[in-house]
Ligand binder design. Sequence first.
Ligand SMILES: [Zn+2]
Length: 133
Amino acid sequence: MRMPTAEQANEKRISRSIEAYLQGERSCTTKWLKGVIGSDAPLANHLLLTRFSSYAGLPRYRELRATPMLPALQIICDHCDIRYEIRYRLALGANSSPSFFRCIDCGKNYQIPGEQFGAMRLNKSTGLWESIG
Ligand SMILES: [Zn+2]
């Protein structure tokens, strides 16, 4: 028997949580599910669009879709080693169009899974996060 990888275990955890939510378990509120999903929003979105598409007409599915998430994505520019934290808007259960974040130093583009909402960079000399938009 092969051990599941960390990705598989995580996918299972998210899949089970979505299922419990869509099946109407009282303790599994929209807020709860969003807390469970966190930065795995792109994976959760993929699961909703594939494995759970038959639930799309349910009020709970629609409720999820109506309240976009703002997950964070860590990016370290592999060219200039700047560390970024990008927040982006993602509606769960809907097709989202990726956008690009541009490194402020070298201009290299990084794909983010939704529309950029805010960005911070880590200032190496001060050790503080600075808002850059
Ligand atoms: Zn760069």
